[in-house]
Design a protein around this ligand. Sequence first.
Ligand SMILES: [Zn+2]
Length: 686
Amino acid sequence: MKNGEIIKKSVSKVNFRLLPLYVIFAAAMVVFLIKLINIQITGADYYKSASSVTHTRRVTVEPVRGEIFDRNGVPLVTNACTEALLLDYEAMPSRASERNAAIAKLSGILRKYDCGVNTVMPTLGSYPHVAYDDEALRDASVRSRFTRFLTRYGFGTDIPCVELYEALFGKLGLLDDLGEHVYDSETEDVIIRVLYTLDVYDFAPGNPFVLADDAELKLITEILEANCRGVYVKKMFTRVYHYPEAASNIVGRIGKIPSDKIDLYLAKGYSYDATVGLDGVEAAFEDVLRGEDGVTVITEDEYGNIIESHTEKEAVPGKNVYLTIDIELQQTALSALEAQIKKIVAAAKASGEPDSGEKADSGALSVVSLQGEVLALATYPTYDITKLGENYAEYSSDPRKPLFDRSLFGNYQPGSTFKLATTVAALESGTITPGTVIDDKGKYTFYEDYQPSCWYVRGHGKLDLLEAIGKSCNYYFFEVGRLTGIETMNRYCSALGLGKHTGIELPETEGVLAGPEYSATVGEIWVPGDTLQAAIGQSKNSFSPLQLSCYIATILNNGDRYKATILYKTCNYSGSDEQINYPKVTDSIEISDRTVAAVKQGMKNSKEWTSDTKNYKFDVGTKTGTAQTTKTNNNAVLVAFAPYDTPEYSIACVIENGAKGGNAAAPVYDVISHIYGLDSNGAPKK
Ligand SMILES: [Zn+2]
């Protein structure tokens, strides 16, 4: 019992709160257990063999992966620990009779605990009532492995199942010298299945076979006490997703190294069977989360019994990653998007007017601090990351495309939210001043061959810049765009980050900044009329919600463009040695206080003069955009910052087929209310 107790003490610490402590022992335990088994089995043999030839081998110990938290320390992805039973090739007896005896003993115990064994033999039932599993054999890889096995053992591929078993009894050493069966048929069946599986999966040194991946403690104890040779226990860590839907587009998954990246990882020192981040944060911060492999050196006697082992290098657990994301804010954004989309659809249906928002079904919202920290990256609809495998067909055929991350990859025309970029270019280049008055006559007639109109077809009459932003006058910006010129406009737009990667550590779209440069890349010629359209956020302009929020932040920072980041800090697995990821300015263009003040005042006017935004009591700036996607459908776009006097956050929201910019206001207000603890009207909560 003594051995059992030792083991019980160690494994009973499997509790993920204690993981940091536990990890330190994990690697040592594996070797200790192998050693224990071997000493128990061999007993006196051990001493006999001690003076014989020995050899050593080095075993890689995979580190525990770092965990992922939000900015407030709320766990997003953590580790769960399970005990796996593995068969170690080098600790298995080489003689068939001993090997079969070891598997038989194991099988008896596993059966007692009703623990399934991971075998892959394509047969059903047990001898003599055994038949091929035709359904399993329909799988090409199962069939090819089976054929390979038959060929290797000299069987024809058409051998009847019962005959195959009868032949295997002899070939696998399951009969004694008199040709009698050594084991009962159920045990024989397990032995055949295990040996088949080991065979087709190339059981070899360094490639242990996972017999059972989640074994209970009692079972492990009994196996160890029963001296089951060749078996060892290994801690397996699996990921637990605490927000499987809300954070599905951010956290990402882990898995075996994808075949196209094998060389890359091997060059970094990974082993073939290592687990790596496949996408999202798991992939972006692989180097941080991974940790360092450990190495254990095992010395064995000529029979494969472990007689000594020591740790050459401790495995170093990966670091924990704290994201800039506020998961509660992310959830608020998601439910706000969902609620608003339903509301838009209901209102459109009630109005009976065609194309008034009844097709709204998806959207995205991004919240960044003025220093580039990403607090929310919501994309709706979302999906359950833990069910991606089983529901993939459903998710990928959903016309609303839940697997598409609109916050990072959505290429949306900005519509009038772009007029703020045009404003910066026009003011900073000295083309106009905030007081410049332009007389909007409705139709813009400067060019003979191209005469677009303001959305207010009668014309807004005389207005200055601040009124023009507030009323979103197209005519004013046609004129300002023409006077500024596309080159000057794009010099500023580009510095504001439009049509450029934001710097976030996750993959994202680059967007498109309309202009002669982009047109040339797609074989089109830029004409003066294009400049008018570009100035009001149309033409080829398209950006992600993240880019839109970053661009407003850059204006408010007087032209300092911060690198967007999702990384708040890292620390050791134990929580020590914090490394803060400080904000970094990646690009800078001088924007005067006067220009910033004009943009802010223009956005304040827009907020006050737009029916969907004016009733919110908290002092913020907003600008709507209504972007035409087809002849009849418009996306709703809105950018905002808060609070007005000392801006801290910039927000962008897009609702596909949301009909008009004002329809994107409610989710933005919901997230601002969440941040500042306000009620839904923007008033302080009582
Ligand atoms: Zn106008």
